[in-house]
Design a protein around this ligand. Structure first.
Ligand code: BGC
Length: 455
């Protein structure tokens, strides 16, 4: 398609990170441990024994990191707040020093003309709350809303865009069904309960925001469009289950007040009946939707793969280092699907990016990452195509500002547009970072040069 790449004048270009992945110093200044602190220190859970003890040392280097954001010309920065820095026990007494870190960060961003987007929960649940059942305890919705309220009171006005949860699907699937992520449970009875309480927590935090906040709040989900491997009835049913599980499980309750009917088929007797009042809580009107997009999935029926009974089908395509197919059209398809199914809400792409092998930084300080540059270009064009077809997309955040701790995969997978040498903490802007800076400076127009020649 040789449609002209165009973005609205006030389009919000930014980059994203999360607390445990970059901050380091997880127990500094009176912070309590999170479940990721515990998980990372449990032998065998992390690739190469990596932990977030130092990570990008952002907790101490935040000033120079904000300068780096300014150098890139970012208009926005999406970060997450570590709940157990602010409330060491997850509830009760506020840890002023922990809160002070975010307070100063937000001020520095604003002084540099960068809009802060704050995520209240990016997976690092306070360990003290996990000891009380964590996402399996119904009270977690109120614990979360109380914590959210502390943050609104401290920062709303300076922070004008809030995300409640980052990717509830990953929390449940990785943390409660397959165990690859904290808290590392593998239990099909727990997974639906954790999901439901995550959604209730989202609803309770939105409700609390309406009492205090004056700006905007929304949920961040990871969406991965599913395409059937064949026209067979089995594969068609498989793709519906996969889509319900990953995509509609969270958005249907929030926008339509009910779970997709496939959920019972997937979980069988492990799928509870939930009271209607819960859906009234979950279905709070929100101001925007955050969409994280990385890849698609071509899906076939596979009876042996419990509980979904689906399997991915590998394509003749480029795959990233995390084994994800590069499929930019999937981002356009996802955005038009959101437009049609959920009434065209304002959308921010809150994450999009790729892990590829990076060569060492050359002596002249250059780091060429052509595969990441290519991924970035094509996905930004995909966003522009969605906007041209009427999707209300208002911003794009590159994942990630910095190479960082890729959860249980440790530091081996690099998603940054800025390279981090973890031995020296030296930051080097990659070619993808330089390219992204030119996209921002031209509001996307740079992507039109050379496109005619490409046809
Ligand atoms: C998460 C990030 C993660 C990225 C790449 C998203 O699922 O929000 O924390 O690093 O994808 O895997």
């Amino acid at each position: 398609m040789s449609q002209r790449v165009q973005f609205p004048r006030d389009f919000l270009w930014g980059a994203a990170t999360s607390a445990y992945q970059i901050e380091g110093s997880p127990l500094a200044d009176g912070a309590g441990p999170s479940i990721w602190q515990r998980f990372a220190h449990t032998p065998g859970m992390m690739s190469s024994g990596d932990t977030g003890d130092v990570a990008c040392d952002h907790y101490r280097r935040w000033k120079s990191d904000v300068a780096l954001m300014r150098e890139l010309g970012l208009k926005a920065y999406r970060f997450s707040i570590s709940w157990s820095r602010v409330l060491a026990q997850g509830r009760g007494r506020i840890n002023a020093l922990g809160l002070g870190f975010y307070d100063r960060l937000v001020d520095a961003l604003l002084e540099n003309g960068i809009e802060p987007l704050a995520t209240l929960f990016h997976w690092d649940l306070p360990a003290a709350l996990d000891d009380r059942g964590g996402w399996l305890n119904p009270d977690v919705a109120h614990w979360f809303a109380d914590y959210a309220d502390v943050m609104y009171k401290a920062l709303d006005g300076r922070v004008r865009k809030w995300a409640t949860l980052n990717e509830p699907w990953v929390v449940t699937d990785g943390g409660y069904l397959h165990g690859a992520l904290a808290p590392g449970h593998r239990n099909r009875y727990e997974a639906p309960i954790a999901s439901h309480h995550l959604l209730r927590a989202h609803g309770a935090a939105v409700q609390a925001y309406r009492a205090t906040g004056k700006h905007a709040i929304g949920l961040v989900v990871n969406l991965e469009p599913k395409y059937a491997a064949s026209q067979s009835a089995e594969d068609q049913a498989a793709v519906r289950r996969a889509d319900a599980y990953m995509n509609r499980q969270y958005l249907d309750p929030v926008y339509r007040g009910a779970y997709p009917e496939e959920m019972r088929e997937i979980f069988g007797d492990a799928w509870p009946d939930w009271p209607q009042a819960d859906f009234d809580l979950i279905r709070q009107p929100t101001d925007f939707l955050g969409v994280n997009y990385y890849t698609r999935n071509v899906t076939r029926h596979d009876a042996g793969n419990y509980p979904l009974k689906t399997a991915p089908v590998r394509q003749h395509a480029t795959y990233t280092e995390t084994g994800w197919e590069v499929f930019p059209q999937g981002l356009t398809d996802t955005l038009t699907w959101v437009r049609d199914r959920y009434g065209n809400p304002p959308v921010y792409i809150t994450e999009n990016g790729s892990a590829f092998y990076d060569p060492p930084v050359a002596e002249d300080g250059v780091l060429d990452d052509p595969l990441r540059v290519n991924y970035q270009k094509k996905h930004i064009v995909a966003v522009s195509n969605a906007i041209a077809s009427g999707c209300d997309v208002r911003g794009y955040m590159a994942w990630s500002l910095l190479d960082n701790l890729e959860w249980s995969l440790g530091f081996s997978k690099r998603f940054g547009i800025v390279h981090v040498d973890f031995a020296t903490q030296q930051r080097t802007i990659k070619a993808s970072g330089r390219h992204y800076a030119s996209v921002i400076a031209s509001n996307g127009d740079v992507l039109n040069s050379g496109r005619q020649a490409e046809g």
